[in-house]
Design a protein around this ligand. Structure first.
Ligand SMILES: [Zn+2]
Length: 142
């Protein structure tokens, strides 16, 4: 299933407010880390506030602090998987091609994400592929 077909199926609810507990890497008081179900690159991580907020400006100090801690943890884990470059991406407002309004930080292995997926249609990982991705990440969890 491609990403946009998957999004249409779940469009009536926010996928980041109802996250699958089986694919959480870190579960902090106000934010969590998971894998991207529609990765730009294998081992693409997401950091998401538990509270539904659309903008960076809506974050509390606690949420902001926990996000920064998880950004650092994500970078360290990806280095353990031998990635030498990565991109951190946050889209603010929908004109940036943000497909899910709920604020989320991407940590994407490798820096040239756009040419890596030149047709702009990402695969939506089924449960088995998501489990494989989460197992790979959990082996290097710090
Ligand atoms: Zn939400």
């Amino acid at each position: 299933m491609n990403y946009h077909e998957a999004l249409k199926k779940i469009w009536n609810k926010c996928p980041f407010c109802a996250i699958d507990e089986n694919i959480k890497i870190y579960d902090y008081a106000s934010v969590y880390m998971t894998i991207a179900r529609a990765p730009y690159w294998p081992d693409h991580l997401l950091i998401i506030p538990k509270r539904h907020v659309d903008s960076l400006f809506d974050l509390t100090i606690e949420e902001d602090d926990e996000i920064q801690g998880l950004v650092r943890a994500g970078i360290k884990m990806l280095k353990k998987l031998w990635y030498s470059d990565l991109s951190i991406l946050v889209r603010e407002w929908m004109a940036t091609w943000k497909s899910i309004p709920h604020l989320h930080y991407h940590i994407i292995p490798n820096i040239n994400i756009w040419s890596a997926n030149s047709n702009w249609e990402r695969e939506f990982l089924d449960d088995n592929k998501a489990k494989e991705a989460i197992d790979r990440i959990l082996k290097v969890k710090i």
